[in-house]
Design a protein around this ligand. Structure first.
Ligand SMILES: NC(=O)c1ccc[n+]([C@@H]2O[C@H](COP(=O)([O-])OP(=O)(O)OC[C@H]3O[C@@H](n4cnc5c(N)ncnc54)[C@H](OP(=O)(O)O)[C@@H]3O)[C@@H](O)[C@H]2O)c1
Length: 383
């Protein structure tokens, strides 16, 4: 069977778009994929020069760069530079759009792309609020188009390895959960226009980093075979403030899965995270601990409970499950998009709309009940 090739249009030429594009250029066989492949057929920026510069940067891959494979094997052969995002939405050589703009633009860019008849993979956080997300899902349904939030971590080999542990039942029932994404970002050295600092761009730790403790909450607790609560809610939250612009420096919140357990989630721009425990699921028979960083962990441990409460797990085991060499880790979500579109699906079973909505409601809840300058930020749904 020959591979199905998805033709991508990339919107915006910032940091993460560059990383995503490079992963599209890596040889799929390096990650044992042969059923789908990728082409980049268009790049859109606010100027043609910057779109062209982005393409030239990709074409100038060095011999040792894993993405030089794509340059040499035709992945960029038909690529066109557009000086507007709309040019990419209208490009007949594009099947799917990758949206890599700042948070506050995700809704409008995704909406415009869907209305132009394109499938969309949109960076996290999906939208500014749940109303925006509901509208995007409605449009995708009406137009029978694929739509997914780019939570790349869900598709990493370690995420599937952890699923197997949970499915085996050996950990028993979840009793408690905690996850943290923290880093020392040095906000003071950055300009007011930095997207972590500017409230108008959805600045602060919550919207940018919140999807990462959430990804483990969703994979370890929400999708756990023991969970029956489809709409777990935030029961308490706290934010501290970065005074210069009023955005949240850190956010903490507690989620309760009714009838199962609660979880503490944390994002922080002022402190480093814990290397050996970025996410912890405590269960009746033993605990599962995932190492930092939460967006791309490569090691997890299964650990016995303390002696006085010992369960069936009697020995610590360590499991190293890295992404395949040469892949940064975004190629896996791109493969998922290609497979879903090939199969005529509008959403991914691995990253379904309902689960994006659960997390979006948590982020809304923490933001709207906190003291930050993004508290009253409204999305553009209905406009
Ligand atoms: N999945 C991940 O691991 C990951 C990692 C980092 C970021 N992200 C997400 O990706 C999105 C972009 O992050 P990034 O780090 O790539 O940001 P970035 O480097 O600042 O790039 C954003 C790009 O958006 C475009 N843009 C359009 N309007 C803009 C405006 N008013 N101000 C600034 N840029 C504007 C620009 O591209 P043009 O000039 O070409 O139009 C810019 O280069 C964010 O939502 C973030 O949460 C995801």
């Amino acid at each position: 069977m020959s591979a199905y090739t998805l033709r991508w249009g990339i919107i915006a030429t910032g940091k993460i778009s560059g990383q995503f594009a490079k992963d599209l250029l890596v040889d799929p066989s390096t990650r044992e994929v042969s059923d789908v492949a990728h082409k980049i057929t268009a790049v859109g920026s606010r100027s043609t020069e910057s779109a062209q510069k982005f393409i030239d940067g990709l074409k100038n891959a060095g011999k040792g760069d894993a993405w030089s494979w794509g340059v040499e094997n035709g992945v960029l052969d038909q690529v066109k530079a557009h000086g507007t995002y709309d040019g990419v939405y209208q490009d007949s050589n594009v099947d799917a759009i990758y949206v890599g703009t700042p948070h506050n633009l995700h809704f409008q860019n995704t909406k415009d792309a869907l209305l132009a008849g394109k499938h969309v993979l949109c960076e996290k956080p999906f939208t500014i609020d749940i109303e925006e997300l509901e509208e995007l899902v409605t449009i995708a349904k009406e137009k029978n188009l694929f739509l997914m939030e780019a939570v790349w971590t869900r598709f990493h080999p370690i995420a599937y390895a952890v699923d197997e542990v949970l499915k085996s039942g050996k950990l028993g029932k979840p009793k408690r959960f905690a996850a943290d994404f923290s880093m020392e970002y040095d906000l003071d050295s950055k300009p007011d226009s930095n997207r972590f600092i500017d409230p108008a761009l959805g600045g602060g730790s919550l919207l940018d980093m919140g999807p990462y403790p959430s990804v483990w909450a969703m994979l370890l607790v929400h999708r756990n075979p023991h969970n029956k609560d489809k709409n777990p809610k935030v029961v308490s939250s706290y934010q501290s403030i970065y005074k210069r612009s009023g955005v949240d420096l850190n956010s903490r919140w507690i989620v309760e899965w009714d009838g199962l357990c609660h979880g503490q989630l944390l994002t922080d721009l002022s402190s480093a995270g814990l290397q050996e425990a970025t996410a912890v699921l405590q269960c009746s028979e033993g605990d599962l601990i995932i190492e930092y960083p939460p967006y791309k962990p490569e090691t997890f441990h299964i650990v016995p409970r303390p002696a006085r409460d010992l369960g069936a797990i009697k020995e610590k085991t360590t499991h190293h499950v890295p992404v395949h060499s040469g892949n940064h880790g975004m190629s896996y979500e791109a493969d998922e998009v290609a497979r879903c579109i090939r199969d005529g699906k509008t959403e991914s079973d691995r990253m379904p709309w309902e689960e994006s909505k659960v997390v979006q409601r948590w982020l809304d809840d923490v933001r709207k009940n906190g003291p930050s300058s993004t508290k009253d930020m409204k999305g553009n749904a209905g406009q």
